[in-house]
Unconditional design. Structure first.
Length: 82
């Protein structure tokens, strides 16, 4: 189970957003809960952005590790039986 990215018990807060009126009409016709869908989509966007930030913050470490493996191989190379 993936850890939660946010406090699900935090109170709801009203905000103002501007959305294409035709999209709003269609969503209402289809009984789509805009607040629920926005929250759900934001969770995915936040998770992806955090992943991207983490990768960028650790880019030098990845490059250093990859260079070390390229030059010296894995520590277990001599232990492989396959």
């Amino acid at each position: 189970m993936e850890p939660l990215l946010y406090d699900t018990n935090a109170p709801k807060r009203p905000i103002n957003v501007r959305i294409n009126s035709d999209l709003v009409s269609q969503a209402r016709t289809l009984k789509i809960n805009l607040s629920q869908e926005l929250e759900s989509h934001l969770v995915g966007l936040i998770a992806e952005k955090r992943r991207q930030n983490w990768k960028q913050e650790n880019r030098e470490a990845f490059e250093s590790y990859n260079q070390r493996i390229k030059m010296g191989g894995l520590f277990s190379d001599n232990e492989r039986v396959f």
